[in-house]
Design a protein around this ligand. Structure first.
Ligand code: ASP
Length: 705
């Protein structure tokens, strides 16, 4: 059989009836029908039924056919024939024809697969396992088999089509595809870096890029004017369900442009990409400022497929006698609510009071929720008696109430808490009551983000990244309030409550860029060390520029209407950031560590912990915090006390129940023992060399060996 002449299974049609064809693929399913043997042959294109009939094929071929099992890799030659009327399979594209086999070659046999790969019934109406029947861990462990499943394979092919569409479009618009380095310097996107040790430069590390941000801006300084890349990015972030440590962005940047250029370009790109999935997006995409998004939906990635926008009613209660509201307003708080139109039947008093007010809303961080139902033209609830007639009338007008409406209000001294809790409630109610229209798409631009956000340490950090242009330049980099009032020229593209991407117009003025670094609390020296090479480029005529990156995995998942991005990634990591297929991450041999000079880092070698006899050095090694000579005696004293306590506990073992607790050690003392405050610790004199502090805690490496 000459495989170069093979046809793809799914390309066979009635027009091929009477033709001899060569096919190759895998046995999807088989069925023995008293002398006649049927297989579903699967290749990348789809399925076709192959029949082995002792009257048409020789005995040896039929014997081989009988030995076929699921996932054997085979080549077949035979004649395309019409199916006998009544035996057509409507589940197959090729269901009106079949191939009468003449020869068969087993190219490779297969062990029984750990899960069923076939997704199509051989006989209409019979039950076939669906993907959900198999645990994801097993699927990922055998991803190469999972990829044989038509649904996953189709996801890969669709992803490819989406990529090609993006490439074609950006090429049409004069964008140049450029690859930027993987082994590089840290790029600030707010996550931790994945570091790669350098063998040739002992104790020096590359960082894998969190994004190509710095390089794409340098490409603009380099005069490329329009760049794009389908870029792999790496971020060592806390695990979240729909996150991957490595992910793909369509990353782009352009010079001599403004926001409008990006909006037009990216809208057209997004419309075309969704069209690959047969989805028609409405254009132009609406724009909403960050403040408005928070104020009306409680989210900076608002789901605009449904209403339930927040209504502010703070002013209605400015003179209220209702104590709870009065106290909240005295503390400068606010009251916001949503009108769940015509849903009072589904939201009974019992559900509102016992489920929402007592349990669900407190789980969103609010202390409680006020509810009112519109019954016979009046507002009913367990607290309306505390409201004045004017307050009730004003509520009715403000919410434009109608019979059957349900008002849900959240009040708190903190605006952030009210908007966040009401935002979660808005989504909860919409999902529960089915208020989100199926197959609807609500793209929008969120604009005018704050440039900075406050940090726990009393400073500011960039909301987007430090290269984003502010809306004005006359700010004082040392005045926190001034900084927090700044808006940025950043924009996010959101859809259906998800962020699809974001970007900004950048700073192209070196003085302004330095001012931003100062605002971020970086000293001249730190700035030079981290971004010297970057700032230097801005000494040489950097053009005005801006760009954006779209999260490809999420975008593809959304276009294909799949809930998880792992369905559109060929070899994803699982929820704990490891790869069930390869087992990565894995330990490495000491020899490799030694080659990378990692065995003797800071004189604290990996295997050496056991040999460190001095307990302070052991502790220091474990905690990855160097202890200086002033701290050492203090820590020695604390350790000696802890040792004494341990000795005491050991000596008294048997007389008292041993302590078994996973609670924090604070307060876990034996009866009669008194707390000893460590004045040096309280004065902040201890552990000055800790890598970072947060609140009252020292941040140390998460791994304890
Ligand atoms: N580098 C940014 C990000 O990864 C996108 C951009 O500003 O273009 O979010």
């Amino acid at each position: 059989m000459n495989l170069s002449q093979r046809r793809f299974c799914n390309t066979l049609t009635k027009a091929d009836v009477g033709n001899k064809v060569i096919l190759a693929g895998w046995v999807d399913a088989f069925r023995d029908h008293g002398g006649l043997l049927f297989i579903h042959l699967r290749d990348r294109s789809g399925l076709v039924q192959v029949v082995f009939n002792p009257e048409q094929a020789d005995a040896a071929t039929c014997r081989t056919a009988e030995s076929l099992r699921s996932e054997f890799c085979v080549a077949v030659s035979g004649m395309v024939i019409d199916r006998t009327p009544g035996t057509e399979n409507p589940h197959l594209d090729t269901g009106t024809i079949e191939v009468m086999a003449q020869t068969l070659k087993v190219l490779a046999d297969s062990a029984p697969p750990p899960f069923q790969i076939s997704e199509k019934e051989m006989v209409a109406g019979s039950v076939t396992a669906t993907r959900e029947d198999v645990s994801e861990e097993l699927r990922l462990q055998y991803r190469y088999l999972d990829l044989r499943r038509p649904s996953i394979r189709n996801n890969m092919i669709a992803r490819h089509k989406i990529y090609q569409c993006a490439r074609r479009f950006l090429d049409e618009r004069d964008f140049v595809e450029v690859e930027t380095p993987m082994l590089t310097m840290s790029t600030p996107e707010g996550a931790r870096d994945y570091l790669v040790p350098s063998r040739v430069h002992p104790h020096n590390f590359y960082a894998l890029p969190q994004s190509p941000q710095l390089f794409k801006q340098l490409l603009m300084v380099g005069g490329l004017e329009r760049y794009f890349q389908i870029a792999r990015c790496f971020r060592d972030e806390d695990l979240r369900p729909n996150r991957q440590p490595e992910f793909t962005q369509i990353d782009l940047e352009a010079s001599f442009i403004d926001e409008e250029f990006i909006y037009e370009l990216v809208e057209e790109l997004t419309v075309r990409l969704f069209a690959v999935g047969g989805i028609e997006l409405p254009r132009p995409f609406p724009r909403i400022t960050y403040d408005e998004a928070i104020d009306t939906t409680g989210s900076d990635k608002p789901d605009l497929r449904f209403g339930l926008r927040f209504v502010d009613v703070t002013d209605i209660f400015s003179d209220t006698q209702y104590t709870i509201f009065r106290q909240i307003l005295k503390r400068n708080g606010c009251i916001k609510g949503i009108n769940v139109k015509g849903q009072s039947e589904k939201l009974s008093k019992n559900v509102l009071q016992n489920e929402y007010a007592k349990t669900i809303v407190p789980s969103f961080g609010a202390k409680g929720m006020t509810w009112m139902r519109v019954e016979n033209g009046t507002l009913e609830s367990n607290i309306v008696q505390f409201f004045s007639d004017t307050e009730l009338e004003n509520l009715k007008t403000r919410f434009a109430v109608e019979e059957g409406d349900v008002l849900l209000l959240i009040a708190d001294a903190s605006y952030d808490l009210v908007t966040s809790a009401l935002g979660q409630l808005r989504l909860h109610i919409a999902n529960r009551l089915g208020l989100i229209p199926k197959n609807s798409w609500a793209p929008a631009w969120v604009t005018s983000f704050p440039l900075f956000e406050a940090t726990d340490e009393g400073g500011v950090s960039s909301k987007h990244h430090p290269f984003t242009a502010p809306d004005r330049t006359d700010f004082d980099p040392h005045n926190i309030n001034d900084l927090l009032a700044l808006k940025s020229r950043a924009y996010d593209l959101v859809m259906n409550g998800e962020e699809l991407g974001g970007g900004s117009i950048r700073i192209n003025d070196r003085t302004l860029q330095r001012k931003i670094f100062t605002a971020l609390g970086l000293t001249e020296e730190e700035t030079r060390e981290k971004f010297g090479f970057f700032l230097r480029a801005f000494d040489f005529g950097a053009p005005p520029h801006g760009g954006l990156a779209l999260g490809m995995d999420r975008l593809v998942a959304m276009i294909l209407q799949l809930p998880s991005i792992r369905e559109v990634i060929a070899f994803p990591k699982n929820r704990s950031a490891s790869c069930p297929l390869t087992g990565a991450p894995t330990p490495v041999a000491d020899k490799q560590l030694a080659e990378l000079s990692l065995l003797n880092l800071g004189n604290q070698s990996r295997g050496a912990a056991a040999q460190i006899t001095d307990s302070i050095s052991t502790l220091s090694w474990l905690a990855r915090i160097a202890v200086n000579s002033t701290e050492r005696p203090l820590i020695e004293k604390a350790v000696a006390e802890a040792d004494a306590l341990a000795d005491f506990a050991a000596a008294n073992a048997g007389s008292e129940e041993p302590m078994r607790t996973v609670a924090p050690p604070a307060g876990q003392r034996r009866p009669g023992d008194t707390a000893i405050a460590n004045s040096a610790a309280a004065a902040g004199e201890l552990l000055k060399l800790a890598p970072a502090t947060k609140g009252g805690y020292y941040k140390v490496a998460a791994v304890m060996e």
